[in-house]
Write a protein of this length. Structure first.
Length: 50
């Protein structure tokens, strides 16, 4: 029974590791595609605010 517990723990940790890697990748992709947009938005905002 103890081995089973360890087995589940390893699976769980692997799953979390995979999930974190995946989400980081997704965020990086989204951020990368949004960055030019955000930069132009910021400059526009500053332009109008200034």
């Amino acid at each position: 029974m103890q081995d089973f517990h360890v087995f589940y723990q390893i699976i769980f940790l692997e799953y979390i590791h995979f999930w974190v890697e995946f989400m980081t990748q997704q965020v990086a992709i989204i951020f990368h595609s949004l960055k030019p947009l955000a930069l132009s938005n910021v400059t526009t905002t500053y332009f109008w605010a200034g």
